[in-house]
Design a protein around this ligand. Structure first.
Ligand SMILES: [Zn+2]
Length: 501
């Protein structure tokens, strides 16, 4: 029997009265190398099934693998960015097990000699920093992909038949494994989520992966156990596999706390097993039972030379590391003068790079933030695309803001310019010209409109002549109406007062 089917779920907050969660995370990152880990096949997502394959990645007898140097470089850069030591000499190992989407019947991985080890990442949650120790980052290859057809769930149980696609087999993976960590219980799911988020930012900044959780190029296994509060008794852990969004990492952790607590409260034993996470219900279900002693009969891969990166090369790669995302965030916050809340909102909206690029293009930070987080975020929501996928560039935003600041546009007109740019009508200047959106501050046109407004509103004009300057509002409104919002309101006011006082 696997899993616990009788235990009741204990509400998360209540569970924390009696238990402390102990967590660990394993993240697989698919590298964006041009070719696979051990052969020259293209390493691309999708494609017609079984078109990017060769004898090596199909595991045909006699095929000889060769290590992809670019993948080793990416692995070392990830390791360095995670503050790891880099092995002076390490080997690949065969991890033996049978799986239909792995035709060699072993996965080429690393066992006791990972390329990178003993690192850490500082994770920020609610203004507090939690140091997560990274045990290791090792290289391995991805497996192929099975699709189970005919069943209701897409899983093998109940399926009529299965299809196998080996295009993904052999794509380079880096597996990053944390040591177990304990943080205040209520924060554990948030810290886990933030770790994965920061790790994704990091690999994106390194440029080594497209890190698309929705496409599986970054996926996370969530390990969790509970120990009774105030004791050192480690519980039995569950391992929720292939969680594929930040939110799901948090939800899976919360659910497992509730589930484990229910089992322990009932005096039962948590089964050590893998679990599947279900997006629709936020629950997990049993996968396969697992023991720490799973014997994969690892042995060093005889067909591959050891990897022995020279110290000079490692130092050269260290020189290529980007500014760490957390430091960059701190630096930008101080440069932009944003409050913690503004910074959190900007990051949460996925707008950090966009705001940075808009500022670089000349806009004031607050103006850049305002456009991206209000109008543009709303439009991204309406069309269900990401902010970065909107058909407006940071340079466009900076240009529109410049037009606002020089008085050619007000906010209302600026929104119309955004409409045009988003609709593909051209650059901001082209949209302004095509729709005649610029504010009219030309005295000739304004004076004529002011004269018409005075003639049409004699009462208001008389009041102003009598010194009741507040009555100018009615005349300004009439001019704005006639010019459909495009008049320079301050100049209109001046003209009215010049004429009547
Ligand atoms: Zn191949």
């Amino acid at each position: 029997m696997t899993g616990n089917v009788t235990g009741t779920l204990v509400p998360f907050d209540e569970a924390l009265n009696r238990y402390d969660p102990v967590m660990g995370l394993e993240v697989h990152v698919e590298l964006n190398t041009a070719t696979k880990m051990f052969c020259g096949c293209p390493a691309v997502f999708g494609g017609q099934p079984n078109t990017n394959v060769c004898p090596v990645c199909l595991g045909l007898p006699g095929a000889l693998p060769v290590v992809n140097g670019k993948a080793v470089e990416s692995a070392i850069r990830i390791g360095l960015a995670l503050n790891c030591d880099i092995a002076e000499w390490c080997r690949f190992a065969r991890k033996n097990y049978f799986y239909p989407d792995m035709p060699k019947n072993f996965q080429t991985s690393q066992y006791d000699e990972p390329i990178a080890f003993d690192g850490f990442m500082d994770v920020e949650v609610d203004g507090e920093t939690h140091r997560i120790q990274v045990e290791r980052a090792h290289m391995e290859e991805d497996t192929g992909k099975s699709s189970h057809v005919g069943g209701a769930t897409g899983r093998i149980h109940g399926a009529d038949y299965s299809l196998l696609d080996y295009n993904r087999a052999g794509i380079p993976l880096i597996e990053i494994v944390t040591r177990t960590f304990e943080v205040p219980g209520h924060k554990a799911p948030l810290v886990a989520r933030a770790y994965v988020q920061q790790l994704r930012d990091l690999v994106l900044a390194l440029g080594v992966s497209d890190a698309r959780m929705d496409q599986g190029s970054l996926r996370c296994d969530v390990n969790l156990s509970l120990k009774p509060t105030g004791t050192a008794l480690l519980g039995t852990r569950s391992e929720t596999k292939n969680v594929n969004s930040f939110r799901s990492v948090e939800r899976a952790a919360r659910y497992e706390v509730s589930r484990h607590a229910g089992i322990l409260d009932a005096g039962e034993r948590v089964v050590q097993e893998t679990r599947h996470f279900h997006e629709d219900t936020g629950t997990t279900s049993p996968g396969r039972e697992k023991s720490d002693a799973d014997d994969y009969r690892y042995f060093p891969e005889p067909d591959l030379a050891p990897v022995a990166p020279s110290r000079a090369w490692v130092e050269e790669l260290r020189g290529t590391l980007p500014e760490p995302p957390t430091e960059r965030r701190r630096r930008l916050q101080s440069e932009w003068g944003f409050s913690d809340l503004e910074m959190r909102d900007t990051a949460g909206a996925g707008a950090m790079d966009l705001v940075a690029a808009t500022v670089e293009a000349g806009a004031a930070p607050q103006a850049a933030r305002k456009w991206w987080l209000s109008d543009l975020a709303r439009r991204a929501n309406e069309t269900e695309v990401g902010l970065a996928a909107l058909a407006v560039t940071p340079a466009d935003v900076a240009r529109i803001q410049a037009l606002v600041e020089e008085g050619s546009l007000n906010d209302k007109l600026a929104r119309q310019v955004f409409d045009g740019v988003l609709a593909g009508e051209g650059t901001p200047d082209e949209v302004v010209a095509a729709h005649g959106l610029a504010i009219v501050s030309d005295d000739g046109a304004l004076t004529e409109a002011v004269d018409r407004a005075i003639a049409a509103n004699p009462d208001a004009a008389d009041k102003i002549r009598d010194g009741k300057v507040a009555a100018a509002g009615a005349l300004i409104g009439a001019v704005m109406k006639e010019m459909r919002g495009k008049a320079d309101a301050a100049r209109v006011r001046e003209l009215i007062l010049e004429k009547l006082t």
